[in-house]
Design a protein around this ligand. Structure first.
Ligand SMILES: *Cc1c(COP(=O)(O)O)cnc(C)c1O
Length: 387
């Protein structure tokens, strides 16, 4: 069955006792055993829960993996995956990384003896140079947040295979609707399901999908042992959101393309980063490895002084730090998502104080463009013209 159909049908026909179309929330921590040595398949909800099972099987199927794991947040998913590694292990990681992941790695996991090299994964030569004897994995975000840099996943899979490394991909930005890294050779996919999969800015959740029996076994052990699992109510909310993923992604993308084109032509904007623009440096690679470009658009405003005015003037688009929901949001990475990255690291990557990130929602394109137009026009006045 096609992805669209599988999304809509998540959980349908699964509740044999009632036939409920919307799979119920099994709000129970424990399960009564039929007899000594017997189980219904459920013992304790940290280990397994019927509502969570529906979600986990759905994401495994959508990503083309063997097993799925629902976690309390995207960060909980990443922490759970990191449980694979041991003291002394080294990972090669995207340079332009989600700020929270960078913080977990540098401020928490380095204390446990893991080490990380942040590399521009667009260049396979740099990736090979960064690999050492202790290297155990490559962790990729593509496209990256917020600069929309595209990494060639098949090229990374080849290097991972050659050096016997795990390839881990954070697929939050495109969702399985547009990109399925496991089909390109990745071993593990991670999602902040808080974003597109949930899609309504109302649930914090993370998902992991593994490929291969042994890896899936290890992840099942870690998921249960670490215990950062997603509660049944939030599993239900996520299932509910995922049913419309296909429709939402198409609209996000259409709007994002229109907004990117508009921004390119506004005098208050100096650069636009959207992988769907043919002139974007990652457009070719992304066209090859994904079926779409998603709804994230970043841009540089002409002068730092214009940032405050622009954010102040936005009426429809909310100044808020998330992405992937039906409502359009605007983020200022320098002080929000990337605040915990040292300023010199941030600037080196290109997350400067003129960079703004838009999560384009599913409102009408004309309304989004009108809002951006008026806010940019006013910002231009604040900035003293074209300066
Ligand atoms: C938001 C995000 C995370 C963290 O997820 P939470 O659900 O906020 O914990 C990880 N990776 C990326 C790419 C994200 O956008």
């Amino acid at each position: 069955m096609k992805v669209e159909t599988r999304l809509v049908q998540i959980g349908v026909g699964r509740d044999k006792t009632t036939g409920a179309i919307s799979y119920p929330v099994y709000q129970s921590t424990a399960y009564r055993h039929p007899a000594l040595g017997e189980s219904t398949g459920y013992d304790y909800t940290r280990t397994a829960n019927p509502t969570r099972d529906v979600l986990e099987q759905a994401i495994a199927s959508l990503e083309g993996g063997d097993d799925g794991f629902a976690c309390a947040s995207g960060m909980a998913a990443i922490q759970t995956v990191m449980g694979i590694f041991s003291q002394g292990d080294h990972l090669v990681v995207s340079l332009d990384l989600y700020g929270g992941t960078y913080r977990l790695f540098e401020q928490v996991l380095t204390r446990f003896g893991l080490s990380f090299d942040y590399v521009d994964l667009r260049d396979p030569v740099l990736v090979r140079e960064a690999i050492r004897r202790e290297t155990k994995a490559i962790l990729v975000e593509t496209p990256t947040n917020p600069l929309m840099q595209v990494t060639d996943l098949a090229a990374m899979a080849e290097i991972a295979w050659e050096f016997d490394l795990l390839l881990i991909v954070d697929n939050t930005f495109l969702s399985p609707y547009y990109q399925r890294p496991l089909e390109l050779g990745a071993d593990i996919v991670i999602h902040s399901a808080t974003k597109y999969l949930g899609g309504h800015n109302d649930v914090i959740a993370g998902l992991i999908v593994t490929k291969g029996g042994e890896l899936s076994e290890r992840m099942r052990f870690l998921h249960n042992s670490i215990g950062a699992v997603l509660g049944p109510q939030d599993c239900w909310l996520l299932i509910r959101g995922m049913k419309t993923l296909a429709l939402r992604m198409e609209r996000h993308q259409q709007n994002a393309y229109n907004v990117a084109r508009f921004l390119k032509n506004h005098p208050a904007v100096t650069e636009v980063f959207y992988t769907g623009l043919p002139e974007h440096e990652g457009h070719q690679v992304q066209s090859r490895q994904a079926s779409g470009f998603g709804g994230m658009v970043s841009f540089r405003i002409r002068q730092p002084v214009m940032v405050a005015a622009f954010l102040q003037e936005l009426q429809l688009i909310s100044f808020a730090e998330s992405l992937g929901g039906v409502e359009s949001l605007c983020t200022y990475p320098a002080t929000q998502t990337h605040a915990d990255i040292p300023v010199e690291v941030r600037e080196k990557v290109g997350v400067c104080d003129r960079l703004l990130r838009l999560s384009i929602g599913i409102e009408h394109t004309d309304d989004l463009i009108a809002d951006l137009q008026q806010a940019l026009d006013k910002a231009l006045q604040t900035g003293g013209g074209r300066g």
